[in-house]
Design a protein around this ligand. Structure first.
Ligand code: NAG
Ligand code: NAG
Ligand code: NAG
Ligand code: NAG
Ligand code: NAG
Ligand code: NAG
Length: 314
C-alpha cells in the first residue's frame, strides 16, 4: 500500500499524545461540516467588526523565566480575509507528528534554507461564524528537500511501506519512528483577538508519494506550564494545507528545492490525501502574495482561513 493510501485510510497513527487510529469522517459528517461552512461563508464580512475580549497573556503563567518569547508579530492581514474563507475537514496527521518538538514561537525556520513564507492563518468557529481568539495553531512540515525534524534519520525518498520494512516494524497504533530531537519547521502560536496568527517559515519541499503540504492542528484547550512545556487537551481540527501547482513549479525550480532530484514530486492532482481534503468543496489551498509585491521567489505571505467545529472534538 502506498503511504498516501495508508494516510487516507487512517492506518498510520502516532505515538504519544494522540493515540488511536484516526478515520476519515463519514459522508454525513462531511456534509454537516459543509453546511456549517457554507453558512459561515456568507456571514464572513461581519467577522471583521467582531472583537473578542480575552487576555491571551493569562495563558502564559510563569512566562517571565521560560525560553520562549512572548512578542507578537502583527499578522500582515489583521482580519480574516473574506475572499479566502476556506475550511479544512479532518484529515490524518500522518506519521511525522511529534508534539514533543513543537515549539511556541512565531518563526520556526531555525537554520533551514528555503524561500521565506509568512503564513497568516485565521480561525473561525464554524458554529458561531466568529473568529476564535486564543486558540493554538500548530504547524509542522518538511524542509526544502523533504525531511522532517525529529525524523531526520528517515529518508524522504523511500516509500513508507519500504521504510517500515527496513526498520523491521509493523504498522500499529503506537508507531513511533522519531530519530532525534531537532525542532525546525515545527511551531505553534495562538490566534489574536481577530482570530489571526502569523508563523514565519519556509516554503516546504516534498517527500515521496505526497504533494507539497503543511500539517496544521488547532487546539482550543491548551496551556503553557511553568516550566515552559505545553499541555493540551482536545484537538479540534487536524488538516493539511497545500499550494497551487503553478506556484509549486515556480518554487521547486529554485535552490535548494531544485536539487531534490532523487524522486519525482507528487502533484495535488494525484495526491489522495489532498483529494480527501477537498471533499464537499473545501479548499485547502493557501492564497499567496509576493512580499515585494512582485516576485514570489523572494518570499511570500500565505493566507488561509481554517474553520473549526468545536462540537466535534477528537
Ligand atoms: C469582502 O470584504 C470587502 C472589503 O472588506 C467588501 O467590500 C466585500 O463586500 C466583502 N465580500 C463579501 C462577500 O462579504
Ligand atoms: C527569573 O529567574 C531568575 C533566576 O532564577 C530570578 O533572579 C528572576 O527574579 C526571575 N525573574 C522573574 C521575572 O521572575
Ligand atoms: C533537510 O534536512 C535533512 C535532514 O537533516 C538534511 O540532510 C538536508 O540537508 C536538509 N535540506 C536542506 C535543503 O538543507
Ligand atoms: C524483525 O523482527 C522479527 C520479530 O521481532 C525478528 O524475529 C527478526 O529477527 C527481525 N529481523 C531483523 C532483520 O531485525
Ligand atoms: C514540566 O512540567 C510538567 C508538569 O508539571 C511535567 O510533567 C514535565 O515533565 C515537565 N517537563 C520538563 C521538561 O521539565
Ligand atoms: C521521473 O519521471 C520521469 C518521467 O516519467 C521518469 O523518466 C524519471 O525516471 C522519473 N525519475 C525518478 C527519479 O523517478
Amino acid at each position: 500500500m502506498q503511504l498516501s493510501k495508508l494516510l487516507a485510510a487512517g492506518l498510520v497513527t502516532l505515538a504519544a499524545a494522540h493515540p488511536g487510529p484516526h478515520h476519515q469522517p463519514s459522508k454525513r459528517e462531511l456534509t454537516r461540516r459543509h453546511e456549517l461552512s457554507s453558512r459561515c461563508a456568507s456571514n464572513v464580512a461581519s467577522f471583521n467588526s467582531r472583537r473578542v475580549k480575552r487576555n491571551i497573556a493569562k495563558r502564559f503563567p510563569g512566562s517571565a523565566n521560560t525560553t520562549y518569547q512572548i512578542q507578537a508579530e502583527a499578522p500582515y492581514y489583521e482580519t480574516i480575509q473574506n475572499d479566502t474563507c476556506v475550511l479544512t475537514p479532518e484529515v490524518t496527521e500522518g506519521p511525522y507528528i511529534w508534539p514533543q518538538s513543537q515549539t511556541l514561537r512565531q518563526d520556526m525556520t531555525e537554520d533551514q534554507p528555503g524561500i521565506p513564507l509568512w503564513l497568516d492563518v485565521g480561525v473561525l468557529d464554524m458554529e458561531t461564524c466568529e473568529p476564535l481568539e486564543g486558540v493554538l495553531v500548530d504547524f509542522w512540515h518538511c524542509n526544502a528537500t523533504g525531511s522532517y525534524s525529529s525524523f531526520t534519520g528517515l529518508s524522504p525518498n523511500t516509500p513508507f511501506a519500504e521504510l517500515l520494512e527496513d526498520l523491521n516494524v509493523t504498522m500499529s497504533g503506537d508507531l513511533d519512528l522519531h530519530t532525534d530531537d531537532t525542532t525546525w519547521l515545527r511551531g505553534m502560536w495562538p490566534t489574536d483577538k481577530n482570530g489571526m496568527m502569523e508563523m514565519k517559515t519556509i516554503f516546504p519541499g516534498f517527500y515521496v508519494e505526497r504533494a507539497i503540504h503543511i500539517h496544521v492542528q488547532v487546539h482550543t484547550d491548551w496551556t503553557v506550564r511553568g516550566n515552559g512545556t505545553m499541555a493540551y487537551g482536545d484537538t479540534v481540527s487536524t488538516g493539511q494545507i497545500y499550494f497551487d501547482e503553478p506556484l509549486s513549479q515556480k518554487i521547486m525550480a529554485q535552490e535548494p528545492y531544485v536539487s531534490h532530484t532523487q524522486i519525482n514530486r507528487t502533484t495535488n492532482a494525484v495526491d489522495s490525501v489532498f483529494e480527501g481534503d477537498t471533499d464537499n468543496g473545501y479548499n485547502p489551498v493557501v492564497s499567496v502574495i509576493p512580499v515585494d509585491g512582485n516576485d514570489v521567489t523572494k518570499g511570500m505571505i500565505g493566507y488561509i482561513t481554517i474553520g473549526v467545529d468545536k462540537t466535534k472534538v477528537e
